[in-house]
Ligand binder design. Structure first.
Ligand code: SAH
Length: 234
């Protein structure tokens, strides 16, 4: 049996990991099953690998972070993913969140502005045999117009406001979960649901007009790295 620095086995640590998720409000059975199956240890490298099963955010390459597992669970739960869904994740980072989503959705697209993170995440996806994830390097604040519309969008970096292109790429009935707020100030996790368009019927020579409409719900305070526009150098 493999023992970590603290002397307990990986199996014991994984059990505590799942217990911590439940006690922090991750109660959805499908989400818990996905988080039991996908080994967070595969996404944390080097110095911090030993702490993969703690409910803590940890540093990854390019000065970014892998999110706290309970936050991953709560965000995934709020997204209410169904097996038919095509999902976009903005902010691949380590790839952990995308791997969880891959267990719940039909197809997952994930993008990051750091090419290196996308390359390394793709290696893990291959190793774990997760063929329904496609990872790209791209500026996710513009969404992924070629694959739109999406049933679900999850943003794992904080913007001041929900980016317009992402709102536009959400299907009617679709849900987007994202942190919003100023960098390093209070951020809030919000859930945006695209409801039926407002339709103004054609009148005289004016054509019918359709305007998208959204419902907003605040979920909880969170802390994420900022959503930065444009590609990174590495
Ligand atoms: N979901 C990740 C954690 C993401 S950390 C995981 O499970 O590990 C946030 C990520 O968002 C970082 O990797 C950062 O590079 C990325 N990011 C920030 N701004 C971005 C943008 N405009 N487009 C794409 N990715 C972005």
């Amino acid at each position: 049996m493999t023992a970590g620095a603290s002397g307990d086995s990986i199996a014991e640590r994984k059990m505590r990991f799942l217990y911590a998720l439940r006690s922090r409000g991750v109660t959805d059975a499908r989400v818990l099953t996905a988080m039991e199956k996908i080994d967070r240890g595969a996404f944390v490298k080097g110095l911090f690998a030993d702490r993969a099963y703690e409910d803590m955010p940890l540093p990854i390459a390019c000065g970014q972070t892998i999110s706290q597992p309970s936050v991953v669970g709560l965000m995934t739960q709020a997204l209410a993913v169904t097996p038919r869904d095509k999902v976009l994740e903005v902010g691949t980072g380590s790839g952990y969140q995308a791997a969880i989503l891959s267990q719940l959705a039909r197809r997952v697209y994930t993008v990051d502005r750091h090419r290196r993170l996308v390359r390394e995440a793709n290696e893990v996806f291959q190793r774990l045999a997760l063929p329904n994830i496609t990872a790209f390097s791209a500026d996710g604040s513009r969404g992924l117009p070629d694959q739109a519309p999406f049933d679900r969008i999850l943003v794992t970096a904080a913007a001041e406001d929900p980016p317009g292109p992402l709102l536009a790429q959400l299907r009617i009935g679709g849900i987007m979960v994202l942190p919003v707020g100023q960098n390093d100030a209070v951020q809030n996790l919000i859930k945006v649901t695209r409801i039926e368009d407002k339709v103004t019927p054609a009148q005289g020579d004016k054509p019918e007009k359709r305007e998208p409409r959204y419902d907003y719900e605040e979920l909880r305070p969170v802390r994420f790295v900022p959503l930065v526009e444009g590609m990174a150098a590495d």
